[in-house]
Design a protein around this ligand. Structure first.
Ligand SMILES: [Fe+2]
Length: 191
């Protein structure tokens, strides 16, 4: 079990409230639920792997998931384990990916290594959980910055929501609007 959390901030370091945070990821075998995923690795019927969250009054988001696995993107290339994020404020949005420390594929991943010396911002450490999480879980903190982040985004929404092996079956998470399988495997670096 993995608890992912962080804040959405603007360039002044102020929290962006009610920002929309869309997340999507592969399962523990490296397989996306998207029908166009060519990876023959097994699907997990209890794991959708996508959710839409809204930051709270302090710009925070949080979700519970499982650590994704690396997956193949060709006969001789692997992508390291990662979670996709798209964050939308009232004026602008960012699309990024969070990676995990010590993943053996981090050093050869062209997307991660296109970050020009700022890899440390994208590669996160698996931390021991804080007391309010399951003792056998892990925790990752990942903050994101919107260039024009507004203190007051337009639409109110839920403070936070979880998706995970069981909860997602009831919640029916919304697929990110621009989910495009292949966006990270066919050379489009925007996602
Ligand atoms: Fe991906």
């Amino acid at each position: 079990m993995l608890n992912v959390m962080g804040r959405v901030l603007n360039l002044a370091g102020e929290p962006v409230r009610n920002a929309k945070v869309e997340v999507w990821q592969a399962n523990t075998y490296g397989r996306y639920t998207h029908p166009s995923d060519p990876n023959p690795a097994p699907l997990d019927p209890n794991f959708e792997g996508a959710a839409v969250l809204t930051t709270d009054s302090e710009g925070r988001y949080r979700f519970k998931t499982i650590k994704p696995a690396a997956y193949p993107v060709g006969p001789d290339r692997m992508r390291p384990a990662h979670i996709h994020f798209q964050v939308s404020g009232r004026q602008d949005k960012i699309v990024t990916q969070m990676y995990f420390e010590s993943d053996p594929y981090n050093e050869i991943d062209p997307f991660l290594n296109s970050s020009r010396g700022r890899k440390e911002l994208l590669v996160r450490k698996l931390l021991d959980p804080s007391p309010d999480f399951e003792s056998n879980s892990k925790m990752v903190i990942f903050d994101m910055v919107l260039y024009k982040g507004s203190l007051f985004a337009a639409a109110p929404g839920v403070i936070e929501s979880d998706f995970g092996p069981r909860a997602n079956r009831d919640v029916k998470p919304t697929q990110p609007a621009d989910w495009r399988w292949g966006s990270c495997t066919r050379g489009d670096r925007s996602a």
